[in-house]
Write a protein that binds this ligand. Structure first.
Ligand code: BDR
Ligand code: CA
Length: 310
């Protein structure tokens, strides 16, 4: 079994990522750490606990940072809806499981210490929790084999013209994580946008005829409708594309480069600036995703969702 720690701000594409992991043979979730991002932390916690009850998760769930290292939290609720799930009338059933009493950074540190080999963290939101982990336990950098992150962009942004949402929310955390020497692999917007889902994918999950298939299908359709209210557009698969980089090795291609997050630009705060000309202009400090094998990503993600739904 390959155990993964997932750090998440629990919108629908985060949930789809967790489900893809639990639905893929050979992979398991060791724990979830929650971070404010898509929505304020109480909403993120509520989504995680409702999901745990609905899908029978037994791994621990830990509350983390309620806001970025610097400044005020800006959420994506204007796009994703109040519950950050764009659930169009469908909501996850009420929570029954409880949050762990241990905070995210403490729990993640304990897991890293106990791991027999350098461990993999999948981060699907702002990197606040990971930066706080490095502030409190810098010696644990060596215990992290890879930090796979959905965030940033080597092209344009989405939250602003220059910045992807996860990067925009907490750009200082990106630079702290890099300064700590963590082996960061960035799967940015430009790569995720190569992988598309549409209403037919939601229909296929509903056609399984199970309660979970109906729920995941309805939530997926709400997600697709972010791209167009009539449901006819295709939508980029964000967090699950980064997840597929782990579940289906080779489905995402990476190139070493030097990465820095812009923290002060008036129009460019949160922009992830990639210097590809390494080592001529700078030393590589990250692996940056460049291309996605869309069929391979879709196969592992939608296959995982279907396995959970059956
Ligand atoms: C990222 O922002 C969030 O809204 C999604 O969950 C994803 O992590 C895409 O920019
Ligand atoms: Ca996310």
């Amino acid at each position: 079994m390959n155990p993964l720690w997932i750090d998440t701000d629990m919108g629908f594409d985060d949930l789809a990522s967790v489900l893809a992991v639990t639905g893929t043979p050979g992979w398991s979730v060791a724990g979830l750490s929650l971070v404010a991002g898509n929505a304020p932390l109480p909403v993120v916690i509520d989504n995680a606990l409702r999901s745990a009850a609905c899908f029978g998760w037994s791994f621990p769930i830990h509350a983390g940072a309620a806001g970025p290292l610097v400044g005020e939290l800006e959420t994506a609720q204007a796009i994703l809806g109040g519950d950050a799930m764009r659930s169009a009338g469908r909501s996850l059933p009420p929570q029954r499981t409880t949050l762990s009493s241990e905070d995210a950074v403490g729990a993640l540190a304990a897991w890293l210490r106990a791991s027999p080999t350098p461990a993999t963290i999948l981060a699907l939101g702002p990197l606040t929790n990971i930066a706080l982990l490095m502030r409190r336990h810098p010696e644990l950098a060596a215990r992290i084999g890879e930090l796979m992150w959905m965030g940033g962009s080597a092209g344009p942004g989405n939250h602003t013209a220059a910045a992807e949402f996860n990067a925009y929310v907490d750009p200082e955390s990106i630079n702290e994580v890099l300064a700590a020497g963590l082996p960061l692999a960035m799967v940015g917007l430009d790569t995720c946008r190569q992988v598309r889902v549409d209403k037919a994918d939601a229909d296929a999950l509903r056609a399984l005829g199970t309660d979970r298939g109906m729920l995941i299908g309805d939530l997926l359709e709400g997600y697709v409708r972010i791209a167009g209210a009539d449901g006819r557009s295709t939508m980029a698969l964000y967090d699950p594309t980064a997840t597929a980089a782990l579940l289906a090795p080779g489905s995402i291609s990476f190139t070493p480069a030097h990465l820095v997050a812009e923290c002060s630009g008036e129009h460019t705060r949160g922009m992830t600036v990639v210097e590809w000309r390494v080592p001529r202009k700078a030393q590589a400090n990250a692996r940056i995703a460049t291309t996605a094998d869309a069929a391979a990503v879709r196969a592992v993600v939608l296959g995982g969702l279907a396995a959970v739904a059956r």
